[in-house]
Design a protein around this ligand. Structure first.
Ligand code: ZN
Length: 333
């Protein structure tokens, strides 16, 4: 009997321990919703949330709607999201067509202070926004210098809602911009040290156009608009898992032409498309593998991984590519 008591005791302790994180979530959320002394800000993605935290610091209570490895393109509201959105004094979202789930789009349209930070960048620099087959490419966070353009709308919106701390938001924003531009320059220099013939990227979906233009192409390719050859992905601007024979052939042609030897999976996208390409390559006797290191494209990565803040996320991607291209692939499919 004593044994069973002990087992029961251990079981209860384990339940309490493992239940902690789940039980804490509602109270943390309750506290956020009742926050009176700070500006309550909801960001749709972690990449926006990280900049908001750095601009707002102690004056902002920030929450992120689409956390972890969830696809932001097709995100639909789940239980509790309506409350988060209505309790937020400001909602920052990417825009440029990223959040195209109908329920989220509708909620954003209804919110009195919903700001599309990507659209603000497009308004300021339309020439830097990429259009693919008539569709705007929303992945602007993949180029730090472009994503830096979202700092000003964040500073302006926070200052408008909370004018008492305007100067602090301004100062924090300037500091953040410096940090971002330094990281941008550093990553560009690191990537351009890799031999040109190796800098040809294949991932799962079209999340890396801006990254390629910013970090894989050299200055003359950027100026002459010839950077596109350095990136291919079987799936389009939003991952959909739909792959035609023509898609597979297009990637195989790219692999052969540029002597690509490793394909890079994205943390939150199924590897099925890449696996189909690998097996089609094998049938043709082409030797290609999938990297055992994932890239962060639409998801920033969790705390305790390389991607726990926005700049680290982009640096992580650069490190993964550099490791694979500079030292050869240590991977298996
Ligand atoms: Zn995407």
């Amino acid at each position: 009997m004593r044994f069973f008591n002990r087992v029961w005791h251990v079981f209860i302790c384990l339940c309490l321990l493992t239940g902690c994180s789940k039980q804490r979530e509602p109270s943390k959320l309750d506290a956020w919703m009742q926050e009176k002394d700070k500006v309550r800000v909801l960001s749709t993605t972690a990449m926006i949330g990280d900049l908001v935290a750095k601009v707002g610091k102690e004056h902002v209570a920030g929450e992120v709607l689409i956390l972890g490895e969830i696809d932001p393109h097709s995100y639909e509201l789940v239980k509790g999201d309506d409350e988060k959105i209505s309790f937020a004094q400001i909602v920052f979202y990417n825009g440029l067509g990223l959040e195209h789930g109908a329920s989220l789009r509708y909620a954003l349209q209804k919110h009195p202070h919903a700001v599309a930070v990507g659209n603000a960048v497009q308004k300021e620099h339309p020439e830097l926004i990429l259009i693919e087959e008539g569709q705007v490419d929303p992945h602007i966070w993949m180029d730090i210098s472009l994503w830096a353009g979202t700092v000003e709308p964040i500073v302006d919106t926070l200052s408008q809602i909370d004018p008492d701390h305007q100067q602090e938001y301004q100062n924090n924003g300037e500091e953040l911009l410096k940090e971002m531009m330094n990281a941008h320059q550093k990553i560009r220099e690191e990537m351009l040290q890799i031999p040109s013939e190796k800098r040809f990227l294949v991932t799962s979906h079209d999340a890396f156009n801006y990254f390629t233009r910013a970090y894989l192409a050299d200055a003359s390719e950027r100026e002459r608009d010839q950077w596109q050859k350095r990136f291919e992905a079987p799936e389009g601007l939003a991952p959909d898992g739909q792959l035609s024979a023509a898609d597979i052939q297009r990637i195989i042609n790219h692999i052969c032409f540029y002597h690509v030897t490793v394909l890079f999976p994205e943390s939150n996208v199924s590897r099925d498309s890449l696996k189909k390409i690998i097996s089609a390559c094998k049938e043709k006797g082409i030797d290609v593998t999938i990297s055992d290191q994932v890239l962060y494209g639409d998801a920033m990565g969790a705390p305790s991984t390389d991607g726990d803040n926005y700049i680290k996320m982009i640096q992580h991607d650069a490190n993964v590519l550099r490791d694979a291209w500079d030292h050869g692939s240590r991977n298996g499919a």
